[in-house]
Design a protein around this ligand. Structure first.
Ligand code: 2HG
Ligand code: ZN
Length: 460
């Protein structure tokens, strides 16, 4: 980076909060995707909204490009800096600012880690229900920017449902206070929702008002053996008719074997099945759940099952599902995060499985995901002896056919991980030309000089 530019950044952030050492660039310039070049110009760590405004104004006057960065757990390259951009990390903006018990709203800075928010709520006998495997490091600003979903969507919805208010710095450097944590506010366009899921392309999310709710009863977890994927919706229906579920997740035997070989956990039951469903519900509903289990076994949909008898056991069962991403990471997985309507899930999985197995009989295909909301994670694993470039190239070749199959069912090429760099060139499979043109116009309104996260979501 040019010295003049470094000095200008240091004037805003002090030298201690401008980093250019190669190891820092490598750490803060990337996210969980390993497929993209990581080459930022510098990393800056604002402590206040004013500093975010200043760096955005500097970017507008000097033609700099900025990349917002949270916990760097993204899986679509939305926070990757590949072209000398300045990464704006929210690691130092991680304070809880205010809690109002009557409103049940906490105001926090964008860099608050998801788990810290969950613990803050629990300490007040309340609950922040959005949860996923990366809760220990993902940040609330990043969750908002991707409208993160996770494992409890069937009961509690997505991040969007818990954002009562938002403070953003637009790409032009203006501060917008959106919605002020009001429950009702019928005064025109709700700009808050435009910024949720915008992947940092319109501006920076700097603070958020997050709604909390009454803590639910203690949870029970069941893992069920399901041999025919076609039965999975019947199982979902059978349980849903009897009780309220807070999760209905699934994973394949291959996914399970990867977790078993990478984590300190054991098989849920002796016999292996083709698929497993993990369900969670309130302890008060245990009897209803056991009744549903018996009915599902009688009908032949479920072959075996186990129920947690303690919190530790519940956590161990959850590891079988939320340990998958980390356990398959060493296999350089080629990721797809796709959604169809829940009713289409079994037929769709079979279509895609057939397509992938026909083209890549030599690749391991790892399925898991959130059946309860129609979101499937398809991870293709790289054989050890194949070079990464050759592997990605072969996977890319099948993407159009895969996305066409998704489009034919009115599905989405990205259910919850965002578009970023990874799915950017395929956006048209899920959004119409009119929609993409309108998105471009919106980008130009909020970020007229294209300084924030250029090249993400929309082709530059
Ligand atoms: C999950 O559901 C995450 O565990 C990650 O969305 C999915 O690694 C993946 O493909
Ligand atoms: Zn997921």
């Amino acid at each position: 980076m040019r010295r003049g530019m470094q000095r200008a950044l240091e004037e805003i952030f002090t030298p201690a909060r401008v980093r250019t050492a190669p190891e820092d660039l490598a750490t803060w310039g990337g996210d969980w995707t390993r497929a993209f070049k990581v080459a930022p110009g510098a990393i800056v760590f604002p402590r206040s909204i004013d500093e975010v405004v200043e760096v955005t104004r500097l970017a507008n006057t000097r033609g700099l490009h900025l990349v917002p960065s949270g916990g760097r757990t993204g899986l679509s390259g939305g926070a990757v800096a590949s072209n000398g951009e300045i990464v704006v990390s929210f690691d130092r903006m991680n304070r809880m600012l205010d809690f109002n018990a009557a409103d049940r709203v906490v105001r926090c800075e964008a860099g608050v880690v998801t788990q810290a928010l969950q613990e803050y709520a629990a300490a007040r006998n309340l609950f922040y229900p959005v949860d996923f495997a990366s809760s220990g490091s993902s940040q609330i600003g990043g969750n908002i920017s991707t409208n993160a979903g996770g494992i409890k969507v069937i009961r509690y919805g997505l991040t969007r449902d818990w954002v009562a208010g938002l403070t953003v710095v637009t790409g032009a450097g203006d501060v917008l206070e959106c919605n002020n944590a009001l429950v009702k506010n019928a005064t025109g366009y709700d700009l808050r929702h435009l910024f949720i899921g915008a992947e940092g392309t319109l501006g920076f999310v700097v603070q958020a008002d997050i709604r909390l709710l009454t803590a639910p009863a203690p949870a029970r977890v069941m893992v069920l053996a399901i041999d025919r994927f076609a039965d999975i919706l019947d199982v979902l229906q059978c349980f849903r008719d009897a009780l309220t579920l807070s999760a209905f997740e699934f994973f394949s035997e291959l996914a399970l074997t990867k977790v078993l070989s990478h984590r300190e956990v054991s098989r849920p039951f002796a016999r292996a099945a083709n698929f497993y469903a993990l369900i969670e519900f309130d302890a008060d509903d245990e009897e209803a759940a056991l009744g549903a289990f018996e009915r599902a076994v009688e009908r032949g949909w479920v072959g075996d099952g186990v129920i947690s008898r303690s919190d530790a056991q519940a956590r161990a069962l959850w590891t079988l599902r939320d340990g998958i991403t980390e356990s398959i990471a060493p296999y350089t997985p080629y990721k797809n995060d796709i959604a169809v309507r829940v009713s289409d899930v079994p037929a769709f999985l079979e279509d895609i499985d057939r397509l992938v197995s026909a083209h890549y009989p030599d690749f391991e295909v790892c399925w898991f995901g959130h059946i309860g909301d129609g979101n499937l994670h398809l991870n293709i694993l790289k054989p050890e002896n194949l070079a990464s470039d050759a592997f990605y190239e072969r996977c890319h070749r099948i993407s159009p056919a895969l996305f066409e199959a998704i489009g034919n069912r009115g599905g989405s090429i990205s259910a919850e991980h965002g578009v970023g760099l990874l799915k950017r060139d395929f956006l048209h499979y899920s959004r119409s030309p009119q929609e993409i043109a309108l998105m471009r116009q919106l980008k130009a309104v909020f970020d007229p000089n294209g300084v924030i996260n250029p090249g993400k979501l929309l082709v530059h």
